[in-house]
Design a protein around this ligand. Structure first.
Ligand code: KIV
Length: 279
């Protein structure tokens, strides 16, 4: 893996990483603090994911988040990220309405600072990918368990478990590459299939719940830090429990208010005696 202090990560640079056999580290971010942390920690790719919807905005799934909400998040992350490649996720409804609509949405993201956009789907999206790429905007594909297809899939289900399903996903990946995608996220598919797709593609794959053979890995910021309650998919490795730490800190603050321990004299301001207005 490249040193976190190495130079700016670019789209061609990611392809070179695959050729060199160097793994790509990616993380989502949704605001200025998370963007700063991801970049400072040496992430190669920072994705302003549409998981903004359910991790930060409190929606049940990714479908409701709007282009405008994504743009606000992207601008905040843009002001934080310097080294990583900054990718913006195209939300549901911003690209399904045809090539021109998709291009318009992609341009809005680039104007707000994205260096590339990501969209979900395989062969069905190939024309849209081609149209956006022809306009000089790099596109990252996303196949497998695509959360925007939650209703069509009947829930969040691992994809590509049957021979036909596996063949479909391989075809999807190849179609995205042919359409010009510079990278493909593979989510929620058996590790062996993701390895096969990775071997067949010239562009790098970024896995999430897709085993160790992908060219890179991505996690959701709030999952990695343990910020959200409730069950997580098995692939969402939690590296710390910030939620528990935050709860303890906020409860301690409440106790200190109740006891009068906060604020202490050192946390107060005093006016010079002569200037105090006497009643
Ligand atoms: O929105 C998101 O967080 C994503 C990643 C999980 C790939 O699409």
């Amino acid at each position: 893996m490249a040193s976190p202090t190495a130079s700016k990560v670019t789209v061609p640079g990611l392809r070179a990483r695959k050729l060199a056999g160097e793994k790509i580290a990616a993380l989502t971010a949704y605001d200025h603090p998370s963007g700063l942390l991801a970049d400072e920690a040496g992430m190669d790719v920072v994705l302003v994911g549409d998981s903004l919807a359910n991790t930060v905005l409190g929606y049940d799934n990714t479908l409701p988040v709007t282009l405008e909400e994504m743009l606000v998040a992207l601008r905040a992350v843009r002001r934080a990220v310097r080294r990583a490649l900054l990718v913006a996720d195209m939300p549901f409804g911003s690209y399904q309405g045809g090539e021109e609509k998709a291009l318009e949405s992609a341009i809005a993201f680039v104007k707000a600072g994205a260096e590339a956009v990501k969209l979900e789907g395989g062969r069905k999206r190939a024309d849209i990918v081609r149209r956006i790429v022809e306009s000089e905007i790099p596109v990252m594909g996303h196949i497998g368990l695509t959360p925007q297809s939650i209703h069509a899939m009947g829930g969040y289900r691992i994809q590509g478990k049957t021979p036909e399903g596996a063949e479909d996903l391989l075809e999807d990946a190849l179609a995205l590459e042919k359409a010009g995608a510079f990278s493909v996220v593979i989510e929620g598919v058996p590790a062996g299939l993701a390895a096969e797709i990775t071997a067949r593609l010239e562009v790098p794959t970024i896995g999430i719940g897709a085993g160790p053979e992908c060219d890179g890995q991505i996690l959701v910021f709030t999952d990695l830090l343990g910020l959200t309650p409730g069950p997580k998919p098995r692939f969402a490795r939690q590296y710390t429990d910030l939620r528990a730490q935050a709860l303890e800190a906020i409860r301690a603050y409440r106790r200190d208010i109740a006891s009068g321990d906060f604020p202490s004299p050192a946390e107060c301001y005093e006016a010079p005696a002569a200037k105090v207005v006497k009643a």
